[in-house]
Design a protein around this ligand. Structure first.
Ligand code: ADP
Length: 229
């Protein structure tokens, strides 16, 4: 089974506007690590928003993790979002909660029990390399550490897919690479990862499948390791 299937998906935001996405077809296998690149305005965010169902396509078919979006009812969207973790450039942490509480909160809102939270939070903080920082406040952390809290929060619910939209955009090269290494590790544990980045060095070093979007279309789709810069 495919993890992500897009069949001739278009998105037109308003009457008379040119399409933000123009008949995009795309297959992503389970456990793949896919990098999406393209200049500003190319359509990358639109693609991610279609996957998280923040936006609906104007036409075309989307199936993610066996869920056909045409058949998805509004009340099933929270279930879908539990299966898709998201991480953004600006971390979106709760400033008045500790590291532990930030991750725990993502579990509380979906009704996870206290005992499971006490078990899960340290585990995911360990995965992202933040063991021992449970009691810190976001303000006391570096940008890279904050982003890793955001990743811990995103993976706490064990999503099938992790979408990381420009997660290194606010980080210096060292912290950026720390974050990318965490994404790689999560991918090795079995989660499909979709990463958008403007950072050419990351693209070159990762040697993964690279999809280039240009003007709402897939301009190229290079297999893992084939990227030569
Ligand atoms: P990227 O993420 O690659 O920068 P976007 O998906 O944000 O590209 O944008 C693709 C195109 O769609 C751009 O022309 C942008 O102006 C337009 N667009 C994005 N979001 C909206 C929106 N909510 N309403 C109208 N136009 C939008």
């Amino acid at each position: 089974m495919l993890m992500i299937l897009l069949d001739r998906v278009s998105k037109v935001y308003g009457k008379g506007m040119s399409p933000a996405l123009d008949r995009i077809s795309l297959h992503v296998e389970p456990r793949e690590f896919v990098i999406v690149v393209g200049s500003s305005g190319a359509g990358k965010s639109t693609l991610l928003k279609l996957l998280t169902r923040e936006e609906k396509p104007t036409s075309g078919k989307i199936i993610v993790g066996g869920i056909d979006y045409d058949k998805l009812k509004d009340k099933e969207i929270p279930y879908l979002r539990r299966r898709i973790g998201t991480v953004f450039q600006d971390f979106k942490l709760l400033p008045n909660k500790t590291v532990f509480e930030n991750v725990a909160f993502a579990l509380e809102i979906v009704g996870t029990g206290k005992q499971e939270i006490r078990y899960t939070v340290p585990r995911v903080l360990d995965i992202v390399g933040l063991k021992g920082k449970e009691k810190r406040m976001p303000m006391e952390l570096s940008g890279g550490e904050r982003q890793r809290v955001a990743i811990a929060r995103a993976i706490a619910r064990q999503p099938k897919i992790l979408i990381a939209d420009e997660p290194t955009g606010n980080l210096d090269p060292k912290h950026a690479w720390d974050v990318v290494k965490v994404l790689q590790k999560i991918n090795e544990y079995g989660t499909t990862v979709l990463l958008t980045t403007h950072n050419q060095e990351i693209v070159n070093k990762l040697k993964r499948r690279v999809i280039t979007i240009n003007d709402g279309k897939i301009a190229s789709d290079r297999a893992q390791g084939a990227y030569k810069g």
